[in-house]
Design a protein around this ligand. Structure first.
Ligand SMILES: Nc1ncnc2c1ncn2[C@@H]1O[C@H](COP(=O)(O)OP(=O)(O)O)[C@@H](O)[C@H]1O
Ligand SMILES: [Mg+2]
Length: 363
């Protein structure tokens, strides 16, 4: 195991396409880092450069303080699992896992030991004599993971390894990968475009957009302190609600004025906006931070448009002009379409964004 450090990494395809644009990041020893972003944002290209499958245009890749930027893949001590697991169809599971170990001239009994160890970890001990065609998708994926960790890589790379699996299996494989990581403790970079997968599996998340890194942080940080409008919208379901508001001061109190509400800010929130000198901003409110209120505490009233019961809670949608706003409320009392509701916002969870730069204001 080792740390992985990427410094000012850039990849251009031809003159026009900048797939990866000057990114820098550090993966700690034993960390599970997730690269998250929409399709085409440069995740796979980044992984291929780390693995040595793609030449870098600019920048440096260090694995455990060794500059590997110019090293061929086999000298980097990196294992990669792809979306299409690509286990060899003509070999048994045992042979699939042991193949790379044989190439390393490992002894027969040692190989046997390693194969059984990783098979136990990935729960495929019963399947070692089978051929890939005799395995389900989830089992094949486990074989691919077992094969990749058998070689004890310094860095373990997984590029959308779960996206070929059906929804339910994908969710249970997440938990399994996390358990495998907890026992193998390999420094891992995991790629996904699925924010909920990233949130549930990552130690830290790197959010990419258009070849650039937008934010690096723990799942809680990127959720609660999204760095810009893109992240606030991309992370979380339902996503953050946005309101274009005007800033007004009456006496000592700062107000956010919207066609449907006039919100007096708490002193703490007002302090966050101290250095901000424009008269408009974008207010971001997560669905769970829109609260049902009584007549006295409300800042606005509206009627329920749609209710989506979720068992443990309900998602309530309402309309402000042309915008659909979604809030999350406890499962009870059950809401109905057409009911009038009174609302307030949870002050300490409000987020403010500069409409021009799209960046978060205040931190
Ligand atoms: N071999 C290539 N030649 C030209 N353009 C490429 C090549 N590989 C990737 N790209 C482009 O680089 C960008 C990033 O691609 P990729 O890294 O595959 O994104 P992601 O994995 O995040 O979906 C995309 O615009 C893609 O079309
Ligand atoms: Mg990709």
């Amino acid at each position: 195991m080792a740390t992985l450090e990427i410094k000012n990494l850039t990849k251009k395809f031809g003159r026009k396409i900048i797939a990866v644009d000057n990114i820098s990041l550090e993966v700690h020893d034993g960390e599970f880092l997730v690269l998250l972003g929409p399709s085409g944002c440069g995740k796979t290209t980044t992984m291929r450069m780390i693995a040595g499958l793609e030449e870098v245009t600019d920048g440096t890749i260090l694995i455990g303080d060794v500059d590997v930027t110019e090293l061929p893949p086999r000298k980097r001590n990196v294992s990669m699992v792809f979306q299409n697991y690509a286990i060899w169809p003509h070999m048994t599971v045992y042979e699939n896992i042991s193949y790379a170990l044989k190439l390393k001239h490992m002894g027969k009994s040692e190989i046997d030991q390693v194969v059984h160890d990783v098979a136990r970890m990935t729960k495929i001990s019963e399947l070692l004599e089978r051929l890939p065609t005799q395995l389900s998708g989830g089992q094949q994926q486990r074989v691919a993971v077992a094969r990749a960790i058998a070689v004890s890589p310094k860095v373990f790379l997984m590029d959308e390894p779960l996206s070929n699996l059906d929804a339910k299996l994908r969710v249970s494989m997440r938990t399994e990968l996390k358990t495998i990581h907890a026992s193998a403790k390999a420094t891992t970079v995991f790629v996904t475009h699925d924010q909920s997968e990233a949130m549930s599996i990552a130690d830290r998340i790197v959010i990419m957009q258009g070849g650039k890194i937008v934010q690096i942080g723990s799942p809680e940080e990127v959720y609660e302190k999204s760095a810009d409008l893109f992240v606030a919208d991309f992370i979380g379901t339902p996503p953050t609600n946005f309101f274009d508001v005007e800033l007004k001061k009456t006496g000592e109190t700062l107000h956010l004025v919207h066609p449907h509400f006039d919100l007096s800010l708490s002193p703490k929130n007002a302090a966050l906006l101290q250095g901000y000198d424009k008269d408009r901003l974008v207010l971001g409110v997560r669905p769970e931070n829109i609260l049902l209120a009584n007549e006295q505490a409300k800042i606005m009233s509206t009627t329920v448009l749609v209710v989506e019961p979720q068992g443990s809670h309900q998602v309530i949608a309402f309309k402000l002009d042309e915008n659909i706003i979604k809030m999350v409320a406890p499962a009870q009392p059950k809401m109905k379409t057409g009911t009038t509701i009174h609302l307030n916002f949870k002050q300490e969870a409000l987020r403010f964004f500069d409409p021009d730069s799209t960046l978060a204001i205040g931190n």
